[in-house]
Unconditional design. Structure first.
Length: 413
């Protein structure tokens, strides 16, 4: 079965119309079968991540964590939807953890997923978790799970500014977890003095201490990437909420690297900049590598796009509860792994395959871009349908006749 358009009621079945109803019913039973454990469904994805790590040229693997809202406000049959922000913003809250090749930036596979409904937190971890509303409290169990996965590479957990929390740093670091966090302007200790990260950034800029670190793509255009770094210590208080009351806590000072990254156009105009904190040792990854790792974080955004508006149309799925949605998402994620592997393959055969799938998809791309993940996914589904017809005995001549029959005069030249 394949993914249908956003206007369809459900997934596409095969080309044999006599089996369409039975295929749809079988899929419904599978997705709503309580004996189908999501911990088992994610195992092929974990195995894909292990396989990708075994081929990686880096000693590290990047684990990108992020959250995405699934909007189901118009789906009246889903009774376990949760209010996400305001009263009209209802659906499910998806947490995904994506393994990415540290050497190439190629996505490998999701290694953990969590879906929050109004009744529970559905997650793929072996150890079941209670309902956890706070995003950052969902990360620690994933870190422990990834550490036990035997990926043959050292995981580095990369999270956007939502993870800028000293209290969580103090919980994660002693357990040996490596992290790379984009942070807001926070106070740190530098050269024995308490300063803001923005003040350090201004000083590095004024003393011309930024170094060129190659090129990057920004909105489809090549730009310059520059980096700078200093050693800092985080020794302030952090705040936690106990019984609904916010309280201040102290903790051990944490030695971290503050890495500053910026993207500039050909006129040296700053297009984007990030302030990063990491506990990865400098002799294992220099500041240029750290900046490049964070630059790859957008790959998890592309994963969300692939399962939502530009690929599998998850917000149009008709399954009646969050557990069925999670089961289907895990199965559908294997299709994402397929196109990622095809994109990463540098062989001549893979290049030809990408060209053919893009033609089957009918998708257009930007100048200089030969293939996209969403285009390959659409082309793959078209290929499977054509292949099913050919295997059923339909000939190429019949297909050509079907295309030409009933066409107006002059339509085919």
């Amino acid at each position: 079965m394949g993914i249908s358009s956003s206007t369809a009621a459900g997934p596409n079945t095969g080309t044999d119309s006599t089996k369409a109803a039975s295929q749809s019913q079988a899929m419904w039973r599978f997705l709503h079968n309580d004996s189908v454990a999501i911990q088992a469904l994610i195992e092929p994805l974990k195995e894909a991540a292990r396989d990708g790590c075994s081929c990686s040229k880096s000693q590290f693997v990047l684990i990108m964590h992020d959250w995405s809202k699934l909007d189901f406000k118009t789906h009246k049959s889903k009774m376990d939807k949760v209010q996400l922000t305001h009263k009209n913003d209802v659906g499910y809250d998806l947490t995904a953890s994506l393994a990415v090749d540290a050497s190439s930036g190629a996505p490998m596979a999701p290694v953990a997923m969590q879906l929050r409904t109004n009744k529970r937190l559905i997650n793929t971890m072996r150890k079941r978790s209670k309902l956890i509303a706070k995003h950052l409290d969902q990360i620690e169990p994933v870190m422990a799970e990834v550490a036990d996965m035997k990926l043959a590479r050292t995981p580095v957990h990369i999270i956007d500014r939502e993870a800028d929390s000293l209290g969580h740093f103090r919980r994660w670091a002693p357990q040996g977890h490596l992290m790379l966090i984009r942070c807001d302007d926070r106070r740190v200790k530098w050269n024995g003095e308490s300063v803001l990260l923005s003040e350090i950034k201004e000083k590095l800029d004024s003393e011309y201490l930024y170094q060129d670190a190659g090129e990057a793509l920004k909105d489809g255009k090549r730009v310059k990437r520059q980096v700078a770094e200093v050693a800092v210590v985080l020794d302030g208080i952090h705040r936690i909420r106990v019984g609904g009351v916010q309280k201040e806590r102290t903790g051990v000072p944490l030695a971290m690297r503050a890495v500053f990254v910026r993207l500039l156009d050909h006129e040296n105009y700053i297009l984007a900049e990030w302030m990063l904190l990491t506990n990865v040792a400098g002799d294992l990854a220099d500041s240029s590598t750290i900046g490049l790792w964070y630059y790859h974080r957008w790959k998890i955004e592309s994963f969300f796009k692939l399962v939502k508006s530009s690929g599998q149309q998850i917000e149009c799925w008709q399954q009646s509860d969050g557990m069925a949605i999670m089961r289907r998402l895990l199965v559908g994620s294997m299709a994402c792994v397929y196109v990622w592997r095809l994109l990463a393959d540098e062989s001549e055969e893979a290049a030809q395959k990408r060209e053919h799938l893009m033609k089957l998809s009918g998708r257009q791309t930007k100048r200089g871009v030969r293939a996209t993940a969403s285009g390959l996914l659409a082309g793959w589904y078209a290929l499977l349908s054509v292949l099913s017809l050919l295997e059923s005995g339909t000939t190429v001549e019949q297909l050509r006749k079907y295309a030409q029959t009933h066409a107006p005069p002059g339509f085919f030249v």
